[in-house]
Design a protein around this ligand. Sequence first.
Ligand SMILES: [Zn+2]
Ligand SMILES: [Zn+2]
Length: 347
Amino acid sequence: MLALRKIIPAAGIQLTDEPAPATPAPGHVLIAVHAAGICGSDLHAEGWDASYGFMAPCLPLTLGHEFAGHVTAVGAGVTGLGVGDPVVCAPTLTCGTCAACRAGDPQGCTARRIIGLHLDGGFAPVASIPAANAHALPRDLALDVAALAEPLAVAITAVDVSGLRPGDRVAVLGPGPIGLGIALVAQARGAHVLLVGLDDGPRLDRARAMGIAACADLRDGPLQDAAVRHLGRAPDAVIEATGHPQSVTDALQTVRSGGVVTVAGIHHDSLSLDLNLLVRGKKQLRGTHDSTPATFAEAIARLAADPGLYAGMISHRLPLSQARQGFDLARSRAAQKVMLFPQETPE
Ligand SMILES: [Zn+2]
Ligand SMILES: [Zn+2]
């Protein structure tokens, strides 16, 4: 079978011919992968950014952690899933034995592994994953929309971490898939949302078409001005999803006194920060990453409740054989979510 693999600890990815897993290991299921989204972390892995060196001992492996499909076989001991069931992969594996796991805090697990970054993922027609990581889907939910569950769960987690409440004003920096997801969820929960990009015409147009009325491009002026123009005053919260360290400084300068800045982007440069911004402004700086079982369940529920809305996040659909073009698109500011189809039939 065709698989998109990370082979060596250096920049690059390869489409290779791999044996398809024939039978699932005990506790595992085989999934015929219908749709698999390209994530920012796949781009970091391809580019071999320094913060992805953790993958080196796991290579070679098949990338892809945002995927949905049908169960084609179940291993010994699997209950609750059967052949033909539509499922989406929740890619985080926890160790179950560290202090955080024993305390019921899977997000705090010190030995977390991610399907598609530490072990074989879904950029292939067949994936084998632990049954516990395969979440059953409503039968009428389109599988390409279902494949958005992981990035949407990451977005929901970021909104939760920010502590946003109904009626709050929030600026979301970065109109990529995570930033757009954060904006949609924050708005659905009753916040006043401003979505901000930089030279991001196509992605902001897409966000407007999906109902985010207040969008601003920093090409047209600084963040503080855009916030006052669109939100009426300094925001209660800023959520960063750009990966550009400077945007964290902009966020701290812009958020109101006592406000909260939440950082969601993966940054490959460090930042020199004027801490008096934080101290004198009595502001808070928070980090968010990954998702939780609760936010993953909420993501599936939101997708199922309004699949037409969220389908708008998918800007490009390509067969897996065109993965390279897909990665180039995902890296460009023209694309939102690029979805690959390992069965080679984009719809
Ligand atoms: Zn992802
Ligand atoms: Zn653990």
